[in-house]
Structures are given as C-alpha cells and as structure tokens.
Design a protein around this ligand. Structure first.
Ligand code: PRP
Ligand code: URA
Length: 209
C-alpha cells in the first residue's frame, strides 16, 4: 500500500500561505510554486536508488554513493503542472520531461485528454507526476493510467494542495502510487474547487484570468 505524505515544514507552510493569498500576483505565485516543488522534491527523492562509487578527492579515494540507473522523469499535467517542473529540475537536472495534456470539463469535471509525449525509456525511470491541484482526482488518475499504459512502474504524485476527495480517489484507483502534498484542505465546493484552496492554479501561474 502506498503512502500519503503531507509535508510538515515551516518553509512550506509559509510559502503555501503566500500562494493562497488572492493578492499574490502571477510573478510571485509562479516563483513560490517553483520553490515549494523544489522543497517537496527533497522529500520525494528520499528513496531513490544509489550505487557505490569511488571518487578521487585531492587527498585520497573516497567511498561515496551516487544516484543509480536512469534516474528520474518528471511528468507535468498541463498546464498548471508546468509550474512545478523547474524547481525539481534545479535539483535533478538530468531528469527527462514527459508531458500529459488534460483539462477538466467545466460542466462534468471529467478530465479530457489532448496531449501525451513521454521519454522512450519511461518504464526504466522513477516518475514524478506533478500538478499543483488534486481536486476530484480525475486528472491525476487518468494521467497515471496513461503512464502505466506506456510502461511506467515507479510513480509518485506531487501536488501543492490536495482535497480529501482527490486523495481517496487516487489511493483507491492507484494504490501503488505515493502521494506528496504541501497542504491537505477541507473539501471541494459545488464547482469542484478546493476549499480554501488557492483558486485556479493554471490561471494564476499563466496570468490567464
Ligand atoms: C486543474 C489542475 C488539475 C485539475 C485538478 O487543471 O491543474 O490538473 O484541475 O482537478 P481534478 O483533480 O478534479 O481533476 P485544469 O483542468 O483547470 O487545467 P489547466 O491546468 O490547463 O488550467
Ligand atoms: N483546479 C484548480 O486549479 N483549482 C481547484 O481548486 C480545483 C481544480
């Protein structure tokens, strides 16, 4: 059974509060999303495989460990997931990026797929699916289904704000996928928005509303 990790850290709490504020502008919102993603990446990479390597220091040989194998793929769910990619890339610049295009139909709240492009070796990589918002969980569940159909096995889901409804749906649909979130909120409103939430993440990152 996978785990759900709510990041309990003063820096993350502080930055989430900035993102929630309706007066935070696009530039700061984007910068803080990137910073939180970087902090979350530190925790979500805790179990990455390492291998022994001998390194010549200026003094002698040091027995060290470095990341093993094919490392990581980051898969943002478009559009808003793009706002979390650069923070993770700062820590793991060798990560490959896949893209999944999904939007939520405003009436049905069901995800609609419009794009999918993955690195060819996705099945050999640890995969971080990133999206700031886990609301009903429909988009995350579909994105992970698409990834599994393409051979991905070791998948984690990283979001900034989660609703209990989304956590429930994702853990029931994909019980092998660990979830990391910066904050767990109260509930969804009648329009499928997270309460208290931060509004529409895509619009706030890209300044489209
Ligand atoms: C938002 C968000 C998630 C989805 C979450 O995207 O970024 O992808 O909604 O909702 P769910 O858990 O109920 O599926 P949106 O569909 O607004 O698209 P956008 O990122 O292009 O704005
Ligand atoms: N998508 C968002 O961007 N915000 C929400 O609160 C729910 C879904």
């Amino acid at each position: 059974m996978a785990k759900t990790v709510i990041l309990d850290h003063p820096l993350i709490k502080h930055k989430v509060a900035i993102m929630r504020n309706k007066n935070t502008g696009t530039r700061e919102f984007k910068a803080v999303a990137k910073e939180i993603a970087m902090l979350m990446c530190y925790e979500a990479t805790r179990e990455l495989a390492v291998e022994d390597v001998d390194i010549e220091t200026p003094i002698t040989t040091a027995h060290c460990q470095m990341l093993a194998g094919k490392k990581l793929a980051i898969v943002p769910i478009l559009r808003a997931g793009l706002g979390m990619v650069d923070g993770i890339l700062e820590l793991i610049p060798s990560a490959k990026i896949g893209h999944i295009g999904l939007y939520r139909d405003e009436e049905t709240l069901e995800p609609v797929e419009y794009f999918c492009k993955m690195p060819p070796d996705i099945g050999e990589r640890d995969v971080f699916v990133v999206d700031p918002m886990l609301a009903t969980g429909g988009s995350a569940c579909d994105a992970i289904k698409m990834l599994k159909q393409r051979g991905a096995k070791n998948i984690k889901f990283l979001c900034l704000i989660a609703a209990p409804e989304g956590i429930k749906k994702l853990t029931e649909t994909h019980p092998d996928v660990d979830i990391y979130c910066a904050a767990l909120d109260d509930h969804l409103n009648e329009h499928g928005y997270i309460v208290p939430g931060l509004g529409d993440a895509g619009d706030r990152i890209f300044g489209t509303k």
